[in-house]
Design a binder for this molecule. Sequence first.
Ligand code: CP
Length: 303
Amino acid sequence: MKHLIDIKSLSTEEINKIATRALELKNGAKPLSCKGKQVAMIFFENSTRTYFSFEMALNKLGANIYNFETSKSSITKGEGFFDTVNNLAAIGFDACIVRTTEEGLIKRTIEYENKGRKFFKPISLINAGEGTLSHPTQALLDFVTIKEHFKNLEGLNLVIIGDIRHSRVAKSNIELLSRFGINIKCVAPAYFKDETLKNIEWSDNLEKTVQNADIVMALRIQKERIQGIIEFEDYIKNYQLKEKNIPEKCILMHPGPVNRDVEASSALLDSKKGATILKQTHNGVFTRMAILETLFEEGKSND
Ligand code: CP
């Protein structure tokens, strides 16, 4: 694995390897050293969980971390992203962790290599969330959290609720979890549906659809990606999750950030059922450590 672009570009073997290693690290396995690796954090969008869990993971692996302040960089003077990354390679960086609104940016940058441009030296790009398109590290940490809870994933029923249309988390999770035999249904009002998605069933009846769920995944309304009026009152009335909606055997997931009393009631979030959400955040550190170990595999040692 040289880059982490999206879930599609990972083999099932790679996904299983990352998940197994993440749980080993969580259970106290010694991290493999990535000492001497230089990693830039390039975040064009805000983040709490992804940014700091990558930073924590890199610290635990002994790598050096640099925050690329996008507003103070020469991107503001018109420098393109390929040239930015290539100059970071020339400075000595080994990897860039990138969050962007620009869909396809990471793949395009890597593909320039096949079109005659050369990187100064090898440099890895890791997708930390790309527009509405993909968030592979979130899907991987969700996979780890589900595996930790259920062991056997085949035939589980997952219901994803909310703003599917603008959610990169939903898209990466659908891609990953359908590969492992999980049945996926999506519940959303018409204004949040994305009928182009494959391997799922749609419903607009929250109570009925959630009845047989093993996993319920709520999503935040992506205000920053929506132009026009958001139907908050309609959404809260018909799609907000409450304690009574979640079957006893079922776990509640949410990638965060949570908007309390919009996608889920505060009472539900503060109940025992809400605990899995912070477990997802916690597992994000170990999952990202496992991803970084895999990326830096060739140069790693046990020192
Ligand atoms: N889940 C997620 O990507 O959260 P952040 O935006 O806080 O990184």
